[in-house]
Design a protein around this ligand. Structure first.
Ligand code: C5P
Length: 227
């Protein structure tokens, strides 16, 4: 794996500014992650502009539909050649099987339980309030079916790594550069980049602490020094 471990999330509706930041920091990142906001605002044109600056893109669209629809969607995504993309594990075994890409540059990651769901929501929709147990079951299945890795919260890295062993990619958002969330935002259960890597994550996703910093390049350089 590349020595760079930081994926920078570019969640923005300002294309010009986003591309400017990407140009500035591209030498320090493992990849750039774009999701609903970027892709639904700027589409394939925006994707291609970003890809010219830095070809390593994590296209985080979290697909969830019937197997045939997801399969066709994954094939369309594959043409854009992102290095990573995502589906929901809860779409079921057949949907996951339909998403497995054996060849090519794109690796498919499974999303387990959204971190926005608490115990009572898990009870309501999964009939189980033990989130760790649910995550464990889901990632095991994702690995058995042949996905390339998963996305999980900082809280679950150790548990997931233990469950899936070494040859399986763990990507973790919810990362904040210092050991407390001085960046007053919506991430509640946070971890520093170095702790996340120490606990077993391969790659960490960091967005606003870098993109909204007064000096994004200096910020990511400082983060990289800790890894
Ligand atoms: O700006 P911030 O560092 O919070 O960005 C984190 C990125 O990771 C965002 O793109 C967000 O959608 C994504 N993400 C997350 N928490 C999850 C899953 C994905 O923050 N549980």
């Amino acid at each position: 794996m590349n020595t760079k471990r930081v994926i920078v999330a570019l969640d923005s509706d300002n294309l010009k500014n986003t591309l400017k930041i990407a140009k500035k920091i591209k030498s320090e990142v493992y990849a750039f992650k774009i999701g609903y906001e970027f892709f639904f605002n700027f589409g394939i044109n925006g994707y291609n502009q970003l890809s010219k600056i830095s070809p390593k893109i994590f296209l985080d669209l979290k697909l969830h539909d019937i197997p045939n629809t997801v399969k066709k969607g994954i094939f369309a995504i594959k043409k854009l050649k992102p290095i990573l993309t995502t589906i929901h594990i809860s779409g079921g075994d057949e949907m996951m099987k339909a998403s497995v890409l054996k060849k090519g540059t794109t690796k498919v990651l499974g999303v387990s339980i959204l971190t926005s769901l608490d115990k009572s929501q898990c009870m309501k929709y999964y009939n189980n309030k033990n989130i760790s147990m649910l995550v464990k079951k889901m990632v095991k299945q994702a690995k058995n079916i042949g996905l390339d890795g998963i996305v999980c919260s900082p809280k679950e890295i150790k548990l997931v790594r233990k469950e899936v062993g070494e040859n399986f990619i763990i990507v973790t958002p919810g990362i904040r550069p210092v050991n407390r969330n001085i960046f007053k935002d919506d991430q509640k259960r946070v971890l520093t980049p170095s702790k996340a890597i120490k606990y077993g994550a391969d790659l960490v996703v960091i967005g606003r602490p870098i993109t909204e910093a007064s000096d994004p390049l200096q910020t990511i350089k400082e983060i990289n020094k800790t890894l």
